[in-house]
Design a protein around this ligand. Structure first.
Ligand code: F3S
Length: 396
């Protein structure tokens, strides 16, 4: 791999041990994936923040890196942590976990990382422009950045994203090469999509059928940000692709692939059936996977007005978004109903195993992690159905 003079110096340790170690990680990755050079990145999103996932080994790694003087060179934000950093007690997090999680966050802050703790960095100020090379490591955000924002990023792991933040570089391969971003399957969405779960079901159905191949969707023109982030989360989870195109944007008709897939209403119904377990009682409701927008919070607040929840109900969002919601009075309505904000965290990275048995959500991705990480049964439905479940405890 060709390295510039400055990159050679980094690798030789002339900019310190932390930079050297992280340059070694990136050059090793570049060699594995056949990169011919490094490219500068303008933004980084680091995943692997929850103590639930990192444990003491991860904490030690990050604290060592921070104590060696590692520092970010570009705008760097964090994925959700294992708890709400302020109201963790209210969410039932114990002292030991909270103390370890705070140590982790301190290590990230020491390295110059903004503790935004959200999987929707693009909603709270880390929004790269079309054509920007970035290094993000949260699968739904990676797919959103590539597909909706037109930025260019591989699906980084936590350590490689951190290495990109510390060196300001990433190896040039995969999604950083224009040629690799061409659509491979034309997906005709013949069903009319309505609520957010339909978009999650679409991601599930397409992901299961074409895996990591890059789709070009027809029939999604005009989809809203809430619907698109749900699709990004789902297709990345169930298929593994880091990029899709929507007809009328990006490549358009010129690059129309020959392989074609039609998605009909029965395909979506099949996906929704697969995501729904047999369970009529619900003990945990969680919305905001990926993290809620202000508009989603408004909808939840209006649905909860004058009602009381009888089940644990989390609204997962970025702290900044929650603060905006406060100004509009949505937070007051939600708290008055007994529901809780889970800022900085989510239903997948908080330590919830054993606390609940049936999760109700509007997110296909939350179903995946609810089942896989926490052994929950899952029910997926519209936000109205989820709010009703939080109030009645029943899924109807
Ligand atoms: Fe975000 Fe957690 Fe879902 S990180 S995409 S809310 S699993």
């Amino acid at each position: 791999m060709h390295l510039t003079n400055q990159e050679e110096k980094m690798l030789a340790g002339e900019e310190g041990y932390a930079v050297q170690k992280n340059m070694q990680i990136l050059t090793a990755l570049g060699e594995i994936f056949g990169a011919d050079k490094m490219i500068p990145v303008s933004s980084v999103q680091v995943a692997g923040v929850s103590y639930y996932n990192l444990g003491d080994a991860g904490l030690e790694y990050l604290e060592t890196l921070a104590s060696q003087g590692a520092n970010t060179r570009v705008k760097t934000t964090l994925n959700p942590a294992g708890m709400d950093l302020e109201n963790w007690r209210e969410l039932g997090i114990d002292e030991t976990f909270a103390s370890k999680q705070k140590q982790l966050i301190q290590a990230f802050i020491k390295m110059g990382i903004t503790p935004s703790c959200t999987c929707t960095p693009y909603l709270v100020g880390n929004e790269p422009a079309r054509g920007d090379h970035i290094a993000w490591s949260e699968s739904s955000a990676v797919t959103y950045a590539n597909s909706i924002l037109g930025a260019m990023t591989n699906r980084e792991g936590g350590p490689s994203a951190l290495a990109a933040a510390i060196t300001g570089r990433t190896p040039s391969y995969g999604m950083h090469i224009e040629e690799n971003r061409k659509p491979k399957v034309r997906v005709k969405v013949e069903a009319k999509l309505a609520a957010v779960p339909d978009f999650g079901a679409l991601g599930y159905a397409v992901g299961k059928k074409i895996g990591p191949k890059i789709p070009l969707f027809e029939g999604l023109e005009g989809a809203r940000v809430e619907q698109l982030k749900s699709l990004c989360a789902s297709i990345a989870t169930y298929g593994g692709t880091a990029l899709f195109h929507i007809h009328g944007t990006a490549y358009g008709d010129k690059e129309m692939p020959t392989e074609t897939l039609a998605i009909t209403r029965p395909d979506l119904q099949g996906a929704l059936r697969a995501l729904n377990d047999e369970a009529n009682e619900v003990d945990f409701v969680a919305l905001g996977c990926p993290h809620c927008t202000l508009d989603e919070i408004k909808t939840i607040a209006n649905l909860l007005e004058g009602r009381k929840v009888t089940r644990e109900f989390w609204i997962c969002t970025a702290r900044q978004t929650m603060k905006e919601a406060e100004e509009f009075g949505y937070v007051h309505k939600i708290h008055a109903a007994g529901a809780k904000f889970a800022c900085d965290t989510c239903m997948a990275v908080a330590p919830l195993k054993g606390r609940f048995t049936v999760l109700a959500t509007d997110s296909a991705k939350a179903c995946y992690y609810g089942r896989g990480t926490n052994d929950f049964k899952t029910r997926i439905g519209s936000v109205e159905e989820c709010v009703n479940a939080a109030v009645t405890g029943k899924w109807s």
